[in-house]
Design a protein around this ligand. Structure first.
Ligand SMILES: Cc1ncc(COP(=O)(O)O)c(C=O)c1O
Length: 385
C-alpha cells in the first residue's frame, strides 16, 4: 500500500490542522497567564479568550456573550439538559429527545429520569428523520426542553432545525440541538433555525480535543453544574483552556465551503462504489440531507467488527456503531431506530471523511472493500448470494 494510513474515522476525531497548532503553541509557553488574573500580562489571555468567543459566535450568527466555553460536546450537552431541567423544574418536568441522539444526551436524559423528570424519546423514519407532527404531538404543557441532534454521528442525517425549532417556539418550549458533527459542515444560523441552545465542539473540525462550547440564547437562565471561581458568567467554573479555545476558533476560521465540496465528492464516490457490492445498503439518506463526511454501510452476511478488523489490517481506520462511545457489543441504538435488525446493525461499518482525505485513498478503499466482503461472506451461514 502506498499510504501510511487511510484515516476514515473523522466522525470520532480529526487531526489538528498544522495551522491550528501553530496558533495554539504560544499559549503554552509564552502567553500562559490565567485570563482571570488582574495584571497586564493576563490581558493577552483574556483578549485571546474573547476574540475566540467572537469568532465562534459569529460563525453561528450568535452574539459574543451567548457563547460559554466547555471541555467539549459531552459537557455542553450535559450542561444544556441538566441546567435547563433544574432551572425550570417548577414550570414542568417533561423533556423530549430522539432515539438517535448521542449517548451523552441519552444518558443525561436517563439520569434526569432518575431525578423525577419524564422523557419522551421520539421515533425517526427509516432514513433517520424526525417527523415534525410527532414532535408537535409530544409537546405538553409540562415540556421544558426539546433536544434534537442536528447532524447524526452514525448515519449522517441532518435534521431540519428550522421546522423543528419553529414548532418549539410556537409552543413556548426551549429548543436545544447537538451540532458537534454538523458544525462548519452545513449551514448553521441559530436565529434562522430557531435554536435556543446549541452544542459545539472542536475536535471534529481539526481543532484540539477537550474544548467545546454551548450557545445559550440571550435571556435564557440555566442552572450551573460546575461550581467554583465564577468563570464563564458563573455558568462553567474552571480556568479557561486558552490554548484549546484559541485552537478551536482557528479551526472555525479555516473551515470553508471548498472543504465541504471536496468531502461531498469523496463521500459520493465512496457510496456509489460501495453500493456496487451485491447485498450492500447505505444507512441514512443520500444527498444534501446527509453530512458531507459520513458514509455508513451494511453488507449482508458480514460482521461489521470483522470487516473493520480486515480494513485495519490494511491500515484503513473505520468504525462500527458509534466510535465515540466505549466499545459495546450491543447493536447501535441509531441503526435499530431506523429499523435495522440486530444482524443488519451488527453488519455496519462507518467511514467518515475529512478535507485531508484524497481521491486516491478512496480508490484504494474501493479496491480492497469488495475483496474483504467476499472473504467474510465465505464464512457466513446467512450469505447465499
Ligand atoms: C454528536 C456528538 N455529540 C457529542 C459528542 C461528544 O463530544 P466530546 O467528544 O467533545 O465530548 C460527539 C462525539 O464525540 C458527537 O459525535
Amino acid at each position: 500500500m502506498r499510504f501510511k494510513r487511510v484515516y476514515l474515522d473523522n466522525g470520532a476525531s480529526t487531526n489538528v490542522d498544522p495551522k491550528v497548532l501553530e496558533v495554539m503553541l504560544p499559549y503554552f509557553t509564552e502567553k500562559y497567564a490565567n485570563a482571570s488574573s488582574g495584571h497586564t500580562f493576563a490581558q493577552e489571555s483574556k483578549n485571546a479568550l474573547e476574540n475566540s468567543r467572537k469568532i465562534i459566535a459569529k460563525s453561528i450568527n450568535a452574539k459574543t456573550d451567548e457563547i460559554i466555553f466547555t471541555s467539549g460536546g459531552t459537557e455542553a450537552n450535559n450542561l444544556a439538559l441538566k441546567g435547563i431541567a433544574f432551572q425550570n423544574k417548577d414550570k414542568g418536568n417533561h423533556i423530549i429527545t430522539t432515539k438517535i441522539d448521542h449517548s451523552c444526551v441519552l444518558e443525561s436524559c436517563k439520569w434526569l429520569e432518575s431525578q423525577g423528570f419524564k422523557v419522551t424519546y421520539l421515533d425517526v423514519d427509516e432514513e433517520g428523520f424526525v417527523n415534525p407532527t410527532d414532535l408537535k404531538k409530544a409537546i405538553t404543557d409540562k415540556t421544558i426542553i426539546v433536544s434534537i441532534i442536528h447532524g447524526n454521528n452514525e448515519i449522517g442525517i441532518i435534521q431540519d432545525l428550522e421546522t423543528l425549532g419553529k414548532i418549539c417556539r410556537e409552543k413556548g418550549v426551549l429548543f436545544h440541538t447537538d451540532a458537534c458533527q454538523s458544525y462548519t459542515k452545513t449551514e448553521i444560523d441559530v436565529k434562522k433555525q430557531n435554536v435556543d441552545l446549541m452544542t459545539l465542539n472542536s475536535h471534529k473540525i481539526h481543532g484540539p480535543k477537550g474544548v467545546g462550547a454551548l450557545y445559550i440564547k440571550d435571556g435564557i437562565k440555566i442552572t450551573p453544574w460546575q461550581h467554583g471561581g465564577g468563570h464563564e458568567k458563573g455558568l462553567r467554573a474552571g480556568t479557561e483552556n486558552i490554548h484549546g479555545i484559541v485552537g478551536f476558533a482557528e479551526a472555525v476560521k479555516i473551515a470553508n465551503k471548498k472543504h465541504v465540496e471536496h468531502m461531498i465528492e469523496l463521500r459520493d464516490k465512496l457510496i456509489n462504489g460501495a453500493l456496487e457490492i451485491k447485498g450492500s445498503r447505505l444507512n441514512g439518506p443520500r444527498g444534501n440531507k446527509r453530512l458531507c463526511n459520513n458514509v455508513n454501510l451494511s453488507f449482508k452476511g458480514v460482521e461489521g467488527e470483522a470487516l473493520g478488523g480486515y480494513l485495519d489490517s490494511k491500515n484503513i481506520c473505520s468504525s462500527t456503531g458509534s466510535a465515540c462511545s466505549t466499545r459495546s457489543l450491543e447493536p447501535s441504538h441509531v441503526l435499530k431506530a431506523i429499523g435495522l435488525s440486530n444482524e443488519e446493525a451488527n453488519g455496519s461499518v462507518r467511514l467518515t471523511l475529512s478535507r485531508f482525505n484524497t481521491e486516491e485513498e478512496i480508490d484504494y478503499v474501493l479496491k480492497v472493500l469488495p475483496k474483504f466482503v467476499k472473504k467474510l461472506r465465505g464464512f457466513s451461514a446467512i450469505w447465499k448470494g
